[in-house]
Write a protein that binds this ligand. Structure first.
Ligand code: HEM
Length: 392
């Protein structure tokens, strides 16, 4: 092609592109966009305060309270059209995570990256495989026995271990890392609830637990898979180097631990989630194989551990900084326990809080909800929309 026609064609194409870009950019409710790179430079500049940047973009749309939605143009990063819809509108969140959850599958990229750690567990499956786990979990979480098992694990750990560690710290006047204690507490509880084995990471000696450490390493290495371009982890896996090497090693520890737990439950079924899933059948009417049961249980450990401990850490931090709230919480608990158990304080601590007692603690529940609103344990959640194939 001659140079002049080529230049004219390029100029015409660039003009059409810029016109299209101008018309599109006018309609976007998000951060500033540039041709070709969209808002990528801003994403890069704000990478160390990503939550604040996203919250700022939402606020800048001018919506009231937390009822905002914006669009961020991230070409090359977002699937298909290159746009992310970001929302903190409760109705939208309800639509995505509840009403039309089926319309927001995890998608192949996510599933492949998480497969080694999560298998086909509830967090990493779609369709029938997801549904059967969701139904079982939803049903089991409302059963009285599971709720009782939950209360038993929590109250045993608090009464026998957390309190004694805190009592000792008070008596001997040393400080404790509450966040670490709470992480150990929730880890022990979630393991007890999920597969009936308490790893006792919350003990006065603060032991290092190989399963907990391996689980952390595996989670971290898995997250790296989605932070960097997909080919990188595939090459690392092939060569057995870097994060992939750590992932492989840590998964071996996790799997051995889970195998033991499953063997123990087979011999001695209990009221934990694993024992319940062992009785269930998969979509083909067969019992779940051990490898699947392992992953089902691991998904629950992942779901319940950090979310709860992070929420509790923020809760206590907020309460410590707001003595007036602390006083109201104590009043709330005292009033209910006086109603249900009388004035004998020994009775207040002998038995764990019953569910109907906990239900009446309106102020405490509000304080917990406010904690989650101010410092959400899951500040961002990512979903892919099935029908229009855009990211949300
Ligand atoms: C403060 C505590 C918690 C918070 C903030 C929290 C938050 C969330 C969020 C945002 C999701 C949606 C994730 C998604 O699908 O993309 C989720 C899902 C889930 N959570 Fe929690 N969670 C908490 C505690 C727990 C606990 C204690 C358990 C179990 C013992 C649990 C089990 C699950 C399960 C099984 C799912 C997957 C549901 C599904 O895909 O159908 N969560 N959680």
């Amino acid at each position: 092609m001659e140079t002049l026609p080529l230049l004219l064609t390029l100029a015409a194409a660039a003009s059409v592109y810029l016109l299209w870009f101008y018309l599109l950019a006018r309609k976007l409710t998000g951060p500033k966009v540039w041709p070709v790179v969209g808002s990528l430079p801003l994403l890069f500049m704000n990478r160390r305060k990503i939550h604040d940047w996203i919250a700022g973009n939402l606020r800048a749309t001018g919506g009231v309270g937390t009822y905002q939605t914006s669009t961020i143009a991230l070409p090359f990063l977002a699937r298909k059209q290159g746009f992310y819809t970001v929302t903190c509108h409760p109705k939208n969140i309800e639509h995505v995570l509840r009403t039309r959850f089926d319309n927001y599958p995890k998608g192949p990229d996510w599933q492949t990256a998480f497969h080694d750690l999560l298998g086909q567990g509830i967090f990493n499956s779609d369709g029938e495989t997801w549904l059967i786990q969701r139904k079982t979990a939803a049903l089991e979480f409302t059963t009285r026995t599971l709720r009782q098992a939950m209360a038993r694990w929590v109250s045993q750990t608090i009464k026998n271990r957390l309190w004694s560690i805190l009592d000792k710290a008070v008596a001997e006047k040393f400080s404790v890392d509450l966040q670490d204690l709470l992480l150990r507490l929730t880890f022990d509880n979630i393991c007890g609830l999920t597969f009936g084995k308490d790893p006792r990471t919350l003990s006065p000696e603060m032991p290092e637990n190989p399963f907990a450490a391996a689980f952390d390493t595996a989670t971290e290495a898995t997250l790296q898979r989605i932070l960097y371009p997909g080919f990188l982890w595939r090459v690392e896996k092939l060569l057995g180097i870097g994060a992939e090497k750590r992932l492989k090693k840590s998964l071996e520890v996790v799997e051995t631990y889970m195998d033991d737990a499953i063997e123990a439950r087979k011999e001695n079924p209990s009221d934990d989630l694993l024992s319940r899933f062992m009785k269930k059948k998969d979509v083909d009417g067969n019992h779940f194989p051990i490898s699947v049961l392992q992953r089902i249980a691991l998904n629950f450990v992942l779901a319940g551990r950090d979310t709860s401990s992070v929420a509790l850490s923020w809760f206590f931090w907020l309460v410590m900084n707001h003595p007036e709230v602390e006083a109201k919480i104590i009043k709330d608990i005292s009033t209910i326990l006086t109603e249900t158990r009388g004035n004998d304080h020994q009775k207040w601590i002998d038995e764990p809080l019953a569910f109907d007692e906990a239900d009446k603690l309106v102020y405490l529940k509000a304080a917990l909800s406010e904690t989650l609103r101010l410092y959400p344990s899951v500040p961002q959640d990512f979903q892919i929309r099935r029908s229009k194939r855009c990211s949300a």
